[in-house]
Design a protein around this ligand. Sequence first.
Ligand code: AMP
Ligand code: ZN
Length: 464
Amino acid sequence: MPLSFYNTLNRRNEEFTPITAGEVRLYTCGPTVYNFAHIGNLRAFMFEDLLRRFLKYKGYKVTQVMNLTDIDDKIIRASKEQKKSLDEVTSRFKTAFFEDLDTLGMERAEVYPEATKHVTEMVDIIKKLLERGMAYEVDGNYYFKISAFERYGKLSNINVADLKIGARVASDEYDKESASDFALWKAWTPDDGEAFWETDLGKGRPGWHIECSAMSMKYLGNHFDIHTGGVDNKFPHHENEIAQSEGATGEKFVNYWMHCEHLIVEGKKMSKSLGNYYTLRDIHDKGHSPKAIRYLLIATQYRQPLNFTFDGLDAAKNALTRYNDFIRNLKDYPGAESSGEADGFIERARKDFEASLDDDLNISEALAAVFDFIRDINRLKAEDKLSSAERDRALETLDRFDSVLNFKTEAESIDAEVEELITKRAQARKDRDFATADSIRAKLDEMGVILEDTPQGVKWKKRI
Ligand code: AMP
Ligand code: ZN
């Protein structure tokens, strides 16, 4: 089966064909930087990391753009409440966002454009919409005229026939029932404080939706392959992006729209407004490792809601331990006479892993293939039926999988220091200097290293 994705626009699974052979241009709606990202937001970003990594695994050259929303209603509200400039509100959360990406082992996108640096591009689109009769002005505010865009409502499947012609909505976020002409540009009011630009449209600021139209088309062209976000972005954000972009250019905007279901807590969407959220730091502080959080966030197929629980996090940790123990033990295995079975297991694992992810990123099945593989190779090893060449091929296979999963712990980076401490500890024990031996053990424990006494000597591994 070829690579296929569920395309929200057409409400069905479709084979993926890029506009330019071998290349994928991908836009992923980024964070609104007025607070730390919560793990619900991070689930959306993690789905995009999986998508990106699998496209690369398939051999595509990926150009991913993820915007930073550093101006919108929520940020202006925060800046007013905290009596801080926009930049004071957003800059620390921009830094925190990149720290979160690194902590969770996400690959960096090619471009992270900031809305405040692209106001000129936004104004240009609004001017085009005015020229084409798709926008109008009322008291310095500019609105998109949805009755002028025939395809309005196609992505989120709303019935435009019921809409009141000429009704307007000024705020960035609203529900389907309030669908109406929406703000492209908002004239300055005293509430906006310092948040304004002097432009050909007057003194004011952009609406949220125009930001993503401007930044996606600037870096990916008027027509590109994939656009993603959480399901809450479908309406109005993405619906409005399509209207603005296609209204201004007359070209098709995006071929495939992919939306990630929510991370939920006790049946409710995790969100800042409900206050039922955890940041990555909260969970880390409770002693859970970033890799376990990564595993948990990635392991449920993106179109299924993910119910967050701490039990789920413990299960993720156990799965990761199995995965990493397997690699570590296999590396140490000297090899025996082959029974000729290993290559069949390798082949089947590769096929199942790829076929599962080809099917709209079915990660649960892909992981089942990985763990079946681990079980099969472990059996061969236990029965001494695995040659050293087969061992190496099995490790290479897992490395390929890991380029998509990134579940491998980075024990290698602390190798040298740990080995030295272990040698010192052994010497201290030999000298019957148990105080030193214990203090070294405590230090290793602090570094997250677990020691195991085996007949071959002391072995160690990194705690997950
Ligand atoms: P925001 O910072 O609010 O603009 O959101 C950033 C991304 O996180 C968007 O793609 C949202 O759709 C997504 N998102 C927000 N809440 C959740 C959630 N509970 N589960 C999954 N994705 C979410
Ligand atoms: Zn967006």
